[in-house]
Design a protein around this ligand. Structure first.
Ligand code: C5P
Length: 218
């Protein structure tokens, strides 16, 4: 079989991870959640009290950091951190620290290495534009901020996390702003990416659309 790489980009809450995971399963490819990698770094830097402007401490920590995936688990230096990185706090840290060049350089190198030897479905913000510019397939998923906030709100509520819809929407707007205005590899659609608006559509419908496109052109 030929190796294929699928890049799925878009803002938070557009449904990327659920869809990417299922597309990976259907293609027998590995699912790489790059957001989880930024969250893991954010979590570690926060835990170690590293300030964003302390370049030396940052370099030191990054050098001693390993992030990997194993059967759906996110491993930070060998430890499973699935739950620790799914808090609103870790999301804010990820968004903040992901603007730092040293952080992006480190994670992009890891991501390219993961895609080198095996088929992957990778989701994030800059996969089609920067990490895997030669990906076999590129998708850019969007949805209205209100719908994305509603989805995230339900998700957090189901997990028993006490948040308000207003707070979730404000967080999403803030992260959209950070992600699309940062100088380095901002969130944007690659010219050759297929744009998919998921507003008002089910996950299953979107998965089918993506699989149709992949089957047609493979
Ligand atoms: O996708 P998720 O919400 O888990 O990503 C958390 C944060 O990580 C995003 O808000 C974004 O700032 C950052 N990120 C990034 N580049 C990626 C993936 C995520 O900057 N490829």
């Amino acid at each position: 079989d030929e190796k294929i790489n699928v890049a799925i980009d878009g803002p938070s809450g557009a449904g990327k991870s659920t869809i990417a995971k299922e597309v990976a399963r259907l293609l027998s490819a590995d699912y790489i959640d790059t957001g989880a990698m930024y969250r893991a770094i954010g979590y570690k830097l926060l835990k170690n009290g590293v300030q964003a402007d302390d370049g030396e401490a940052l370099e030191e920590i990054l050098e001693a950091t390993d992030i990997d995936f194993d059967q759906g688990d996110t491993l930070l230096d060998g430890e499973v951190v699935n739950h620790q990185i799914r808090t609103p706090e870790a999301a804010r840290m990820a968004s903040l620290y992901s603007a730092l060049p040293a952080v992006r350089t480190k994670l992009v190198a890891l991501q390219r290495k993961m895609a080198q030897t095996k088929s992957v479905v990778m989701d994030g913000r800059d996969i089609g534009t920067n990490v895997l510019p030669d990906a076999s397939f590129k998708f850019f998923m969007t949805a209205s901020a209100e719908e994305r906030a509603e989805r995230r709100f339900q998700e957090l509520k189901d997990k028993g996390q006490p948040v308000s819809l207003e707070q979730v929407l404000a967080d999403i707007r803030q992260r959209d702003h950070n992600d699309s205005t940062r100088a380095l590899n901002p969130l944007r659609k690659a010219e050759d990416a297929v744009e998919i608006d998921t507003t008002g559509r089910t996950i299953q419908q979107v998965i089918e659309e993506i699989m149709e496109i992949i089957k047609q052109e493979s």
